[in-house]
Design a binder for this molecule. Sequence first.
Ligand code: BTN
Length: 250
Amino acid sequence: MRPRILRYESLPSTNTEVARLAAEGAEEGLAIVADEQTAGRGRLQRAWSSPKGAGLYFSILLRPTIAPDRWPLITFAAALATGDALLEAGKVETDIKWPNDLLATERKICGILAEAIETPAGRAVVVGIGINLTDDAFPREIAGVATSVATQAGRAPEREAILSALLNAVWRWYSLLQEPEGAPKIVAAWSSRSSYTAGKLVRVTNGAETVQGITQGIEADGALRLETAQGIQLIRAGDVSSVRPAGVNA
Ligand code: BTN
């Protein structure tokens, strides 16, 4: 893959634009960056606030050859890549919250949205990454749970350096995933970089369903193993939030 970047001042959504070009036959590695998005999308049908210049709004087209049941690991690879880029070029240390939010000081600094699409050249995936560069990237109402590179690093973020590190890192981790023994290596690397992997009391919300339990590791396909009152459950979708045990500084 040789990433090719297209830059836009404004787009509804970089994911949507990559999907459109993929349908027209774009090759793997097509990447799109926009200064702003007017209809940025997040996981679980949410909107992703994307004001001009306040965030990095990036999407890349991948045409994976790995088995379909390993495709969830593509977002794991993207989370590892973004963690590398933020450390290398943003001087920010991150934690990964299952499945692929990046947190800094327990607040969200980056979100990842991977969408599988059908194209004439076969099934493909658009990986969209949104990084909060400054606090203007997110609405005030979520200031308690969101953060930015500027706030964490204490200086103005170098957008181009972060973008360039991100492209290299996405390529590196995605290449590893595509190697014969790549999938377990991705799961191991992801697990070592997430405080959510094991021993964490969490609540998982999926639509109207909520389940609480203690995390017990990651399955080979990326599912989160959760020990609940009813036994072990494998979580493949939903929103995870950390629960503070009662009585501890409550
Ligand atoms: C999430 O945490 O809900 C995922 C957010 C993903 C946002 C990025 S910004 C670039 C790309 N284009 C979109 O419309 N969404 C993703």
